[in-house]
Design a protein around this ligand. Structure first.
Ligand code: SAM
Length: 223
């Protein structure tokens, strides 16, 4: 079987490469205590999922909130998974950040409406190799969801997102991946554990899979 190559990896970054540590510092400073509500600019709130993640402790006077999306993290998920990521909460790089609020780690999304810290494709992150403490990814789970729920044209394949997360995470750093599948560990990483993630009885269950990058880092030369 021929191996599919990642079409985005061959595209060079246009413009700035970001410093993940600078975002992590800002994220730590931006934590504040306003209660959460649907953003006033949202034309219509989507049907809420069974359990909403509201992050009330993280909303502040920090400009407009991201538009709400389907498929938000269950309440308290980040706090629960934090010991497995072995880093500070503000250091986590959230790829496909959806409506995570400003101050919740370093947020990357491809849609401007998500108001991320870094507007980028998760398959081609403008970050240096090994520069991030930990990565959490919550991409759309199918091509149909990609277009229908988020209006994004191209389904980002788990293998491509995982390869890029493995590139940017530091040696020994961990990656948490939420999807209906547990992806194969990318080269230079190992599978640690998977948890079932459910929003209630009779609801579909997703896997939260954790991977760890080798201490020696990835050897990308010549491949
Ligand atoms: C399931 S939602 C994430 C929800 C998020 N966990 C939360 O709690 O709000 C999926 C997100 O992936 C984003 N997305 C889709 N394709 C992407 C890509 N190639 N790169 C980065 N983000 C992408 C969508 O814009 C959407 O916001």
């Amino acid at each position: 079987m021929t191996k599919r190559s990642n079409p985005k990896r061959s595209v060079p970054h246009v413009g700035k490469e970001y410093d993940a540590n600078e975002f992590a510092r800002q994220s730590k400073q931006q934590t504040s205590t306003r209660s959460w509500s649907w953003p006033v600019h949202a034309e219509r709130a989507p049907r809420p999922p069974a359990i909403l993640v509201l992050h009330p402790e993280l909303m502040g006077e920090m400009g407009p909130a991201p538009d709400p999306v389907y498929g938000q993290y269950p309440r308290g998920l980040i706090a629960k998974i934090l010991p497995w990521l072995r880093c500070e909460r503000h250091e986590i790089l959230h790829v496909c950040s959806g409506c995570l609020p400003r101050g919740e780690g370093i947020r990357v999304d491809i849609r401007p409406a998500a108001r991320p810290d870094i507007l980028a494709d998760g398959r081609n992150l403008p970050l240096r190799d090994g520069s991030v403490a930990a990565v959490m990814l919550d991409p759309p789970y199918s091509p149909r969801y990609t277009k229908g729920l988020y209006g994004v044209g191209e389904y980002p394949r788990p293998a491509h997102l995982m390869a890029e997360a493995a590139r940017v995470v530091r040696p020994g750093g961990r990656i948490a991946f939420v999807h209906y599948i547990t992806p194969k560990p990318p080269r230079g990483t190992r599978f640690v554990r998977a948890f079932g993630l459910s929003t209630g009885f009779d609801m579909p269950i997703r896997a939260l899979s954790i991977f760890e990058k080798d201490q020696r880092g990835l050897s990308l030369g010549g491949c």
